[in-house]
Design a protein around this ligand. Structure first.
Ligand code: C5P
Length: 224
């Protein structure tokens, strides 16, 4: 059927994890759109376009066409990894330093246009599950299925905190909570393509659902 499934929502709702599983069940491709904004942020750091939390926006815009983002399956883990200009950056783009600057970077209209065009290209043939903030509103306003995932900020911060802990990263819960709330605010208040539920999206609050239960719920919607 080659559907386009858009899964949007706030940060740390488990969107990417559930999208990955759902794509696998349907034999579709999963595209993590947030990874693209993270890769652009990493590039800006690499080129020293970010200094003391200040972004040199004109310079970044002038070099956007030098950023090549790809997703390739890792042969050992079978997981999709993000590549920035030919280098596997899957781990690096998840660092707290990136999480702190990714929302200001993704507010820049030219950055959004660049990422949205890439997302539309990657999804043009359908059979995709794409997760993000504006997939159902801007990237694929005609998506076949639109899901909007929510959960309380406390629960989301706790989930992200436990993830960091599992990776051996010592980051205080308060810092993770502050970052989650800050990104929620910037993402939903930016002028250009803000995070919001599409009118025709189905909202799923997974505050009290684990990953498996969330997947079951979304699969029910997909198959109904
Ligand atoms: O999904 P993830 O939390 O990795 O996304 C990182 C950041 O990228 C978000 O906080 C948001 O600022 C930005 N983003 C976006 N639009 C998307 C996906 C992510 O602005 N479609």
């Amino acid at each position: 059927e080659n559907l386009i499934i858009a899964i949007d929502g706030f940060s740390s709702t488990g969107k990417s994890s559930m999208s990955k599983i759902i794509a696998k069940k349907l034999n579709y491709t999963h595209i993590d759109s947030g990874a693209m904004y993270r890769a652009v942020t990493l590039y800006a750091f690499q080129q020293n376009y970010i200094e003391n939390q200040t972004i040199n926006i004109p310079l970044l815009i002038a070099h956007l066409n030098e950023i090549k983002i790809e997703f390739k399956q890792d042969s050992s883990s079978q997981k999709n990894h993000t590549y920035l200009n030919g280098v596997d950056v899957e781990q690096e783009i998840r660092a707290m330093q990136i999480s702190k600057m990714v929302s200001p970077i993704s507010e820049i209209p030219a950055v959004r246009d660049y990422c949205v065009a890439l997302q539309q290209k990657m999804g043009e043939n359908g059979a995709i599950v794409m997760d993000g903030r504006d997939i159902g509103t801007t990237v694929f306003p005609n998506a076949d299925i639109k899901i909007f995932i929510t959960a309380s900020p406390e629960i989301r911060a706790k989930r992200r905190f436990l993830e960091y802990q599992q990776q051996g990263k010592e980051i205080a819960l308060e810092e993770v909570f502050a970052n989650v709330k800050e990104r929620d605010y910037i993402d939903s208040h930016r002028e250009y393509s803000p995070l919001r539920k599409a009118d025709d999206a189905i909202e799923v609050d997974n505050s009290n659902l684990n990953l498996e239960e969330t997947v079951d719920k979304v699969m029910e919607i997909v198959q109904s």
